[in-house]
Design a protein around this ligand. Structure first.
Ligand code: FAD
Ligand code: MLT
Ligand code: ZN
Length: 487
């Protein structure tokens, strides 16, 4: 993990003292306070999922109530103690961990479902509920959580809202800016903003919750989420297709929209190199398609009538194979096969990280040019002689592309044998310049966090950045929340 030679701890932040601990002990029980000791370095809370960034916090607070969080923040604000809100710590931009000695405020123990209305489909829950648990609860009631992602077993409902994560079904259920109906947020001075609305429509002034969706823990701690869940689809089909070129991937996407329209619920693409890495990682599991193809597409349909959906999918595939845009394909015959096909898509993040580390670029680009960034990155790495799948003296194993085609969101992952400044300098700001020149976004869904804190100017103009800073100064004048990150 990285150290930060060019970054100074801000001296205006107070260092933790025994008085501070006395205060925290007065409002929290023993199990809610974790302190670093000789045998406990709090690594789980100090290191990120990619093992790329590492902080040095000596204190983790895990409150069980909103009132405790309010008292903690008020105290930290009055005493200039810096705080990092942390959910499941699955974020991919180094935003969820401390940089120096900030206190980690973990939402893990604020984890109750508050209420569910089975007529409207509105779920209200604590921020620390794990996404998969929220979805299982909804499943028992015939509903589905309106987003899904590979980290569902660890990430929190509050964490995905704080990140404005996109995930695998955004194409169907839309962004959290639409599905989140209300939030409860503790502001840096301890005030509780309660807007846990259960209304689809409410045009009474500024829509305050939107400020916190995607704010990455910089302006308030989300403690409660009210979200609209759609009915759980009765019939789900998944197909895994082999495709000859990126042009053909786009053709298949257009055909899928036309032929499958309202039942299309995911359209994910992967390049061959991403599947080569996944094969190494999922050793022994046989790939869905026997032959290799330059690109693969995972397509999912979700509907209410299995027979209709089967017929539609079959007709779509027949057409696509006849006109040559799809070269090969399989369709899951049961739940196990369906899970297996998804596994070849969802295991890519882990596979690309398994060789030692990964440089991740999560970008929005015009669909026509989505894959050109992967080609450009490979060309550049090869020019510099940095990349080889077989030569262990080269730092880069492989640069792969995959992502959410339906949302114009590419993931360029550069899998490395170890993190190195040499590789980073070749990729940054090169990737951000490339994206900016195509009028894309340097973060489609993972956020800016620590990784992209110096690069916001590639996607936001001066006036936008000034307004972000003004809002931050207004609500967090002592800048105690998630310092050293993008604001
Ligand atoms: P953390 O990682 O703990 O925190 C993320 C950020 O939010 C930090 O800045 C933190 O300070 C802040 N934060 C967390 N909780 C709160 C809170 N309650 N109040 C205020 N701030 C808070 N992302 C996608 O968009 N799409 C994907 O498909 C996707 N797939 C993934 C697959 C894997 C295997 C992994 C590891 C990650 C994936 N992600 C994906 C990244 C994604 O950002 C996270 O999984 C998720 O959004 C973070 O939730 P978390 O609870 O782990 O938050
Ligand atoms: C994904 O789509 O798999 C996620 O955004 C995570 C990642 O890219 O690593
Ligand atoms: Zn993604």
């Amino acid at each position: 993990a990285e150290s930060y030679p060019n970054l100074q701890r801000l001296s205006e932040f107070k260092k933790l003292s025994s008085d501070d601990l006395t205060f925290f002990k007065s409002i929290l029980s023993d199990s809610e306070i974790l302190q670093a000791t000789a045998d406990e370095d709090l690594a789980v809370f100090n290191e990120d999922w990619m093992r790329k960034y590492k902080g040095q916090s000596k204190l983790v607070l895990r409150p069980k109530t909103v009132n405790q969080i309010s008292q903690i923040l008020k105290y930290c604000n009055d005493n200039r103690l810096a705080v990092v809100p942390q959910g499941g710590n699955t974020g991919l931009v180094g935003g969820s961990i401390p940089v120096f000695d900030e206190i980690v405020l973990s939402l893990t123990q604020l984890n109750k479902i508050r209420s569910f209305d089975s007529v409207s489909g509105i779920l209200k829950c604590d921020a620390g509920v794990i996404l998969e648990n929220a979805d299982s609860f909804l499943a028992e009631n015939g509903y589905i959580f309106p987003m899904d992602l590979g980290a569902k077993g660890s990430c929190h409902v509050g964490g995905i809202v704080a990140t404005n994560a996109g995930g695998l079904r955004l194409l169907r259920y839309g962004s959290l800016h639409g599905t989140v109906l209300g939030l409860e947020v503790v502001l840096p001075d301890g005030k509780i903003l309660n807007s846990m609305d259960a209304l689809r429509k409410d045009n009474t002034g500024y829509d305050l919750k939107q400020l916190f969706i995607g704010s990455e823990g910089t302006i308030g701690v989300i403690t409660g989420v009210s979200i609209l869940a759609p009915p759980r689809p009765k019939a789900v089909n998944v197909g895994f297709l082999g495709v000859g070129s990126y042009e053909a991937v786009q053709e298949v996407f257009v055909q899928a929209k036309q032929e499958l329209s309202e039942i299309l619920s995911a359209f994910e693409f992967m390049d061959l190199k991403s599947q080569t890495l996944a094969k190494e990682h999922l050793k022994g599991v046989s790939h869905p398609l026997e032959d290799e193809y330059p690109f693969y597409v995972l397509i999912e349909t979700s509907g209410s009538n299995k027979e209709h959906d089967d017929a539609k999918l079959e007709a779509f595939l027949e057409k696509a194979m006849e006109n040559g845009s799809v070269l090969d394909g399989v369709v899951a015959q049961d739940e196990t096969e369906l899970r297996n096909l998804w596994e070849w898509r969802e295991s890519i993040p882990e596979s690309s990280q398994a060789g030692g580390g990964v440089y991740k670029y999560d970008v929005s680009l015009p669909l026509k040019e989505l894959y050109s960034l992967v080609d450009a990155a490979n060309e550049r790495l090869n020019e510099k002689g940095l990349s080889s799948t077989s030569d262990p003296t080269k730092p880069v194993i492989s640069a792969i592309g995959y992502g959410h085609v339906g949302d114009g969101n590419l993931h360029l992952n550069v899998a490395v044998r170890a993190y190195s400044k040499e590789v980073e300098k070749v990729l940054e700001p090169f990737v951000y310049e490339f994206v900016s020149s195509k009028h894309g976004s340097i973060s489609a869904e993972h956020g800016l966090g620590f990784q992209k804190k110096n690069y916001i100017g590639y996607s936001k103009n001066e006036q936008e950045i000034a307004m972000i800073k003004e809002l931050k100064n207004l609500y967090d004048p002592n800048a105690i929340l998630n310092p050293y990150k993008y604001v």
